[in-house]
Every structure is written in structure tokens, then in C-alpha cells.
Design a protein around this ligand. Structure first.
Ligand code: ADP
Length: 259
């Protein structure tokens, strides 16, 4: 018959969550987590109710970047109470591990962990839930996009060719999973010397914009290499929480994602 059985019911929603935005990348180290935390904080400053789920099981960096480290409480042993930082409701797989623990998990365990973080965490009412994915095209991405109603994905890349090559694979994966790609973000697009003001294109410049144009996808914006971005991330207060040109750049990208 045409009535869906539970197996055929298709991707599920997370109750109370209006949009799930996945942030992915082809390679690690291109700044996906930094972008995720800054977009979350920028959206919160714009009055959105924002959640940030750190699903980067291989290198969960949101506890550090958002400045939280306490283990979330689970008073009833079933639901998990998320943490709050910089106006954002957050949860990280890293908070369930000890800092420095390595994760060596097989697919089914990863799926279980993701489902726990989406299903058992009391996210409450959210306009946006940002999911910081692991780099690449693995089990976490598949599970998220196949089992949940993901509104869209953004892909972060540096302008360097090797990063773009892998970003293309991530884009292809979202395409295959029928997850709409909302656009590409170029991170580390240029470096402006704070001493002399000279601008260097350390990883090249414009590569992500060109790639977006070639694939007919929106280019969402660029973030320069900046000492402030790195220091702020390490200190647990994303630059988007403060003022300045980089904070403004994140705010513009954030506004486009929920427009
Ligand atoms: P990924 O999540 O892609 O692995 P991260 O967000 O962890 O990457 O970033 C890797 C490193 O680069 C971190 O130390 C971070 O602080 C730094 N970083 C990211 N973006 C920038 C930037 N725009 N300027 C300077 N440092 C950055």
C-alpha cells in the first residue's frame, strides 16, 4: 500500500528543530569547526535559537572552541541536557570522552552515537541546528543525511587545489544523498600582514568562488587567515562573538544561510 511502514518512513525530523544545517569539508584542517562555531555564534547574535552539534568524532574541537568542558548531565539516565555557550545550545561527542582520548569506533557505534546526540539530547526549540561533520565522506555523513531531514549542507574549503579536490568529493556525496548544498565557503583565503598591511594569498585565492561558479552553487563568502580567528578559537570565544571585519564576514554568511 501507499502507507509508509516505519522502514519506509524516510528521513526523520528532530522534534523542535526547524532546520538542520550540516557543515562539511573534504579535508581536515581547513577550518570547518572554526566556521561552524562562528556561524552558530553569529546566528545567535542575530536572534536565532541555535544549536551546535559537534559530530566530528575524529577530532571533536567544539568544547575547546566554545569554551565548555563539563560533561553534560543526564539526570534520568535517558535524556542528555546540552550545554550553553555564547548564546548557543551545544553538545559534542568530545564531552562524552576524556580530552585526549582517541576514538576508534566502527560504523554501527558511530551511528549509535549520532542518533544519541540527535535523539536523546534535549535540544528544545531551535531555529537552526548546525552539525559540525567529520571531514570527508564517511559513516557519520551517510547516517545524518539518510536518516534525518537535513535542510542543507555547506562545504568549507581553502582555495588550495588539494583541498578543492577533496571538497568536490564531499559535494558529490551530498548530491548522491540528495542533501541540498546551500553553498561553499572559502576559509584562509588571504592573509593581511598586521605589521605592514601587505596581503598574501598563502593557499591561493578565489579557488572556491571559481569552483562554486563551475558547479553552479552559491558562493557564500570568504574568511581570511587571521591570528584573531585562531587565538579566539583556542581561547573558547569565537571571533564572531566580538566586533571587527572577520566577525562581520561570519555574520553575513550566517544571515544568508537562514534567509
Ligand atoms: P577542521 O574542522 O576543518 O579540521 P579547524 O576549524 O579545527 O579545522 O581549524 C584548524 C586550525 O586552523 C585551528 O587551529 C584553527 O584555529 C585554525 N583556523 C581555522 N580557520 C582559520 C582562519 N581563518 N585563520 C586562522 N586560523 C584558522
Amino acid at each position: 500500500g501507499r502507507h509508509p511502514t516505519p522502514q519506509q518512513a524516510g528521513p526523520q525530523a528532530v522534534p523542535g528543530v526547524a532546520r538542520i544545517l550540516a557543515v562539511g569539508s573534504g579535508k581536515g584542517g581547513v577550518g570547518k569547526s572554526t566556521v561552524s562555531s562562528n556561524l552558530a555564534v553569529a546566528l545567535a547574535r542575530q536572534g536565532r535559537r541555535v544549536g551546535l552539534l559537534d559530530a566530528d568524532i575524529y577530532g571533536p574541537s567544539q568544547p575547546r572552541m566554545m569554551g565548555v568542558n563539563q560533561r553534560p548531565a543526564s539526570p534520568d539516565g535517558k535524556t542528555i541536557i546540552p550545554l550553553r555557550a555564547h548564546g548557543v545550545t551545544m553538545m559534542s561527542i568530545g564531552l562524552m570522552l576524556k580530552e585526549g582520548d582517541a576514538v576508534v569506533w566502527r560504523g554501527p557505534m558511530l551511528m549509535g552515537a549520532l542518533q544519541q546526540m540527535l535523539g536523546q539530547v534535549t535540544w528544545g526549540e531551535l531555529d537552526v541546528l548546525i552539525v559540525d561533520l567529520p571531514p570527508g565522506t564517511g559513516d557519520v555523513q551517510l547516517t545524518l543525511c539518510q536518516r534525518y531531514q537535513v535542510t542543507g549542507a555547506v562545504v568549507v574549503s581553502t582555495p588550495q587545489d588539494v583541498a578543492l579536490l577533496d571538497a568536490r568529493k564531499a559535494l558529490k556525496m551530498f548530491d548522491m544523498l540528495k542533501t541540498p548544498v546551500l553553498g561553499l565557503i572559502e576559509n584562509m583565503s588571504s592573509f593581511c600582514c598586521p605589521q605592514c598591511g601587505h596581503e598574501s594569498h598563502i593557499f591561493g585565492h578565489g579557488g572556491v568562488r571559481a569552483e562554486a561558479a563551475a558547479l553552479d552553487l552559491p558562493f557564500l563568502g570568504e574568511i581570511p587567515i587571521s591570528l584573531d580567528v585562531r587565538l579566539a578559537g583556542d581561547a573558547g570565544t569565537p571571533v564572531a562573538a566580538g566586533a571587527g571585519a572577520v566577525s562581520d564576514a561570519y555574520a553575513r554568511i550566517a544571515a544568508r544561510l537562514v534567509a
